[in-house]
Design a binder for this molecule. Sequence first.
Ligand code: IPM
Ligand code: MG
Length: 369
Amino acid sequence: MIPNRKLLVLPGDGIGPEVMHEVGRVVSWMQKRERARFTIVEDLVGGAAIDARGTPITDETIRLAKEADAVLFGSVGGPKWDALGFDKRPELAILRLRKDLGLFANLRPATVLDPLVDASTLKPDVVRGLDIMIVRESTGGIYFGEPRGVETLPDGTKRGINTEVYTTPEIERVARVAFELAQKRQKRLCSVEKANVMESGLLWRQTVAALAKDYPDVALSHMYADNCAMQLVRNPRQFDVIVTSNLFGDLLSDLASMLTGSLGMLPSATLGAVGADGRRHALYEPIHGSAPDIAGKGIANPLAQMLSFAMLLRYSLDMEEDAALIERACVNVLASGLRTADVMAPGCAKVGTQVMGEAVVRELEKLAA
Ligand code: IPM
Ligand code: MG
């Protein structure tokens, strides 16, 4: 008997719905082949929810997310909603999901797939075989710290305030996720902060260092965030797992992603703590965002969304075999020369979102035969 898995699917805005549609093909294929059974609930988030309901995410959607085995998220935001205040913006949907579900560990892989080694702006020799995992803290730091806001001073000038705050338990739990990932990979962990100028950064460094004794098989190093940005471009293969704060992780993961050639290729997972019942809340999303400039044109790369679904199968449903199958199908389709515009290369055939999605399913069919 195949267990029935409950997924909440939140396509969101921009290219979100288009690329999510292609994941639907993979889901249908898996059900048809009786590899899995899914109960899928779909809901609105971001600008789509603002337009329909006046809020980027409702309490009911948060409830559905808590109830699901996992959440598959598309992307939110666009110029239409840019003028809204911070308490109303589409981005609030993802920030609330992270916060309300306690999704504190954001796993952002930056992997260079062999067929795409020429898509990087860096020389192939620098990025070939690159495989970095950035673990970004995602419920704390300056994104959520108090006080925050803009105040008007007596002389009429204004003062904008955001606060970087970390407690030892917040640092420890995300660092443990990173140490454990490193144990399953090349056993190297680099902890990144600005301990030279920030008290919270010094606490971060000391707290991570103190945990190292629990992971004697992992080689721990520390690096300042500015140096890390430089090293990522100079010699990215020195890194295995990186663990860092919310804001530094936001910046460094965008940087690392571009080493791979296209944002359109990269998935991510955001995990909560394992509860007493063994369950853990988790959300999976491509890192590319809503890309309003190409939305609705049918040219977006659906692979990051498909690979996010593969991560969901691996981390939330323990379906390693199916996850690896989807990943292999994506690589094979690229190797066969099909490319969306973002990863187009000389000699390849340029295709749109739908043709790419269909090709992945055809490849799945071949691989599973
Ligand atoms: C990301 C995005 C978000 C963030 C935005 C959309 C709030 O940039 O997931 O990296 O800053 O965390
Ligand atoms: Mg970002």
